[in-house]
Ligand binder design. Sequence first.
Ligand SMILES: Cc1cc2nc3c(=O)[nH]c(=O)nc-3n(C[C@H](O)[C@H](O)[C@H](O)COP(=O)(O)OP(=O)(O)OC[C@H]3O[C@@H](n4cnc5c(N)ncnc54)[C@H](O)[C@@H]3O)c2cc1C
Length: 341
Amino acid sequence: MDVIVIGGGISGLALAYELAADREVLLLEAEKSLGLHTTGRSAATWIGSYGPPVVRELTTASRDYLIEPPFDVDGPVASPMACLWVGVNGRDHEVHRLVEETHSQLIDGAEAERLCPVLRPGEVSVAAWDETALDLDVMGLHHAYTRAFRARGGSVVTSARVVSALRKAGEWVVTTGSGDSHRADVVVNAAGAWGDVVGSLFGAERLRLEPRRRTIFQSPTNASLEGVPFTAGIDDGFYFKAEGASVLCSPQDASLHEPGDPKPDQLEIARAIEAVNAVTTLGLRSVSTAWAGLRTFAPDGNPVARWDSKADGYFWYVGQAGYGIQMAPALSHLAAARIRG
Ligand SMILES: Cc1cc2nc3c(=O)[nH]c(=O)nc-3n(C[C@H](O)[C@H](O)[C@H](O)COP(=O)(O)OP(=O)(O)OC[C@H]3O[C@@H](n4cnc5c(N)ncnc54)[C@H](O)[C@@H]3O)c2cc1C
């Protein structure tokens, strides 16, 4: 085997697909199925004006690929959506800064109310409008990557948690919980929140990755959701978008959490409902379903796609934070190019 990729979320699958163009690749996933952790829990959006500058560039470079992937998909994985960043809690200056740094447009409160008809009149005085956003079918994209990876000859083994590793004669010998061993020249760590845990098995640097919980929930509303864009408070206090007849909403919480299966934070949900009701006429009162996932950050907030400085033949592919889906095509392309030298 040329490469073993550890982790079957969007990051691992996208990079495994890229590498399988000219390498023999095996992907190992700890769970019984793929995409069960952060990838299966996202808000499913592509927003070019979101995140730090490096992330915005990788996101922008991924847009065309998501609209027209170079492999078979069951239906479109990206549909047009607009995004409105609203100035709240005296943070209008941050709206101005976002407009200076991105392709979004500065609009006044009246225009914001016209573009987002559920905004409470007079609550917002300035906003940034980004018409280029996309609504994603994340599992559709993930399945398509998996199929395309297999079509290139790639193999996937699930229920295969990597528990130990040994470097022998220029090869990694990787052992899973069931006792099976696999050999490869190169190992890629795409284990998301478990990045540092997996890294320690290989004697790699400790990156001090920070898994941070994000809660997300659906709430019924009597308000009409026609024409309602993805709307986010510029203070990171909330975001919401229409999801059928319900509202998909997040408090944008980011509390530190150990790698695992986080539960939604009920207090944060209550806070988000209050914040959304303060600026809109959505009248959110109850929650029909809620979940949480871990967005994992490197200390500088940028994704890590590089060789380790200590462990030979070991490549880091972690720290995708809250943008791992929207930047997956460009970031995986870049990582594959680095692995090929
Ligand atoms: C609420 C929420 C909303 C979000 N919204 C968006 C959004 O709108 N747009 C966007 O682009 N991003 C969004 N994100 C971020 C995005 O979901 C992540 O960046 C992305 O899913 C990370 O993918 P990953 O493959 O790196 O991690 P994961 O999907 O977590 O995959 C890592 C995999 O590694 C496996 N693993 C761990 N240890 C081992 C081991 N020892 N052996 C084998 N396998 C192992 C795990 O089981 C897991 O399946 C959101 C995240 C959350 C939580």
